[in-house]
Ligand binder design. Structure first.
Ligand SMILES: [Zn+2]
Length: 123
């Protein structure tokens, strides 16, 4: 049975997470989100972290392009980076998972898909 904490405790936890840089936040969520995977009726639901990119730009015809891309945040390959979190550069590395074909982003060029575990090579 999950521990139920009050609003004050959740707020304190949220403030602690906001103190982290994005690499640290991703590393904490890498440890937490898989615990919320649920399998039922032949479906596996995996809770993941995603980044939305909004193309909030003016087009030549005067309208606005507000299309949005959603990419799954992949877990940096801790083995490759010597148990470090990878480069501190934001989530600028992009690619796709060669197994489940999700669009993915990371701060690291080498990472693992949070859905299927496949090694991802980002550029
Ligand atoms: Zn995958």
């Amino acid at each position: 049975m999950p521990l139920v904490i009050g609003e004050d405790a959740r707020e304190k936890l949220a403030h602690q997470l906001q103190e982290l840089d994005v690499r640290e936040l991703v590393d904490v969520l890498r440890r937490v989100l898989p615990a919320y995977t649920e399998t039922a009726n032949g479906l596996r639901n995996v809770l993941v972290l995603a980044q939305a990119t909004v193309w909030d730009t003016d087009t030549p015809d005067g309208t606005q392009d507000t299309s949005t891309d959603l990419s799954t945040v992949v877990w940096p390959d801790a083995g490759y980076y010597g148990d470090h979190l990878g480069p501190d550069q934001g989530l600028w590395e992009e690619g796709s998972c060669r197994s489940c074909d999700l669009a993915v982003v990371s701060n690291a060029k080498r990472a693992h898909c949070p859905v299927c575990g496949t090694a991802c090579y980002l550029t």
